[in-house]
Design a binder for this molecule. Structure first.
Ligand SMILES: [Zn+2]
Length: 320
């Protein structure tokens, strides 16, 4: 079972609705990506469909033990419909929403509720959004729809206004580390890199580690730190050549942006001289501008990386 960590206020709000029986037909779970909105939606569905809700712990939704809770976990409960973008498609289609509407209109088979979760709701195309709006305007009895998204502003205002809104905030560092440590095993210095570079996005952090990007990320950070320490051109051209290759450039871009932003933050929090803060801010805007150019133009990526490295070296006091 996936653990429910953080988001205490939201959990309490959902529990209070469950206890009083005053449940909204439609809810909107909004907030940054990768912080556990869909996990809370899963647990809320468990609480609605659970056959032993009295056994749920004080900070839990659903008992997490009964057959219904297990079925929801496996997404195979007859009264739960999980809607997401189909593989190979770019949007959630109107046919998927029509199917959701049909499902909600049926009598519950194993519980008192029909529950539908749409994740990510902002991926609905216009026809799908309009079809969903009709369902939200006249919700079938005993139906609950949970919309999950990190981009609530993309949804129709008329859809948003029909929903009880739950705004999720980034997880605390402790909660973030606790969840990650339960899923991956890393050395201390790797934890720090993952924490700094994923900015609280759990989904990103897991992909980052599992897809082998963490090692490459640490390699580039080490090379940039070495360039700065050496304070001279040294291996600059070689490093730029390596990271400008097509298969590495996207990661290099991401890591360098984060690394530079971290330098700005470090300067501000350590009370560095204003000139130094300004110098790093200049590098940051220079890098952002260069990387934007790389997205739209067929620019020489090795020269681009060299340009940014040289800016960084200037800060380190190197004479070029
Ligand atoms: Zn249960």
């Amino acid at each position: 079972m996936r653990e429910l960590i953080g988001h205490h206020e939201i959990i309490r709000g959902l529990q209070s609705g469950l206890h009083s029986g005053d449940l909204a037909h439609s809810s909107l779970f909004a907030g940054p990506s990768g912080i556990g909105k869909a996990t809370v939606a899963h647990h809320y569905a468990q609480a609605l469909l659970c056959t032993n809700p009295q056994n749920a712990g004080a900070s839990q939704l659903g008992c997490q033990q009964c057959a219904a809770c297990h079925k929801v976990e496996l997404r195979c409960h007859a009264d739960l419909q999980w809607v997401e973008k189909e593989e190979g498609k770019t949007r959630i289609s109107v046919d998927q929403i029509r199917e959701l509407t049909r499902f909600l209109s049926l009598t519950p088979m194993e519980s008192n509720w029909k529950v539908a979760i749409v994740d990510d709701a902002a991926q609905m195309n216009a026809a799908a959004a309009n079809a969903l709006l009709k369902t939200l305007e006249e919700p079938p009895a005993n139906s609950v729809v949970i919309l999950v998204t990190c981009r609530p502003g993309v949804l129709l205002a008329t859809i948003r206004s029909r929903c009880v809104k739950y705004y999720f905030h980034a997880l605390s560092q402790e909660d973030f580390s606790h969840i990650l440590r339960g899923q991956i095993d890393l050395a201390d210095d790797q934890w720090e890199t993952v924490r700094n570079y994923s900015e609280g996005d759990l989904g990103f952090a897991l992909r980052f580690v599992r897809e082998g990007q963490l090692t490459e990320c640490q390699q580039l950070i080490q090379e940039m730190e070495q360039l700065m320490r050496a304070g001279r051109l040294g291996k600059l051209c070689e490093v730029a050549e390596y990271w400008s290759q097509a298969e590495r450039f996207a990661l290099a871009q991401f890591v360098m942006r984060q690394w530079i932003t971290q330098k700005v933050r470090d300067c501000v929090t350590s009370g560095s001289r204003p000139q130094r803060v300004r110098a790093w801010l200049t590098v940051e805007s220079f890098a952002n501008e260069f990387f934007s150019l790389a997205e739209t133009n067929n620019i020489n990526k090795r020269l681009l990386l060299e340009g940014i490295f040289i800016k960084v070296l200037r800060i380190s006091g190197a004479v070029l």
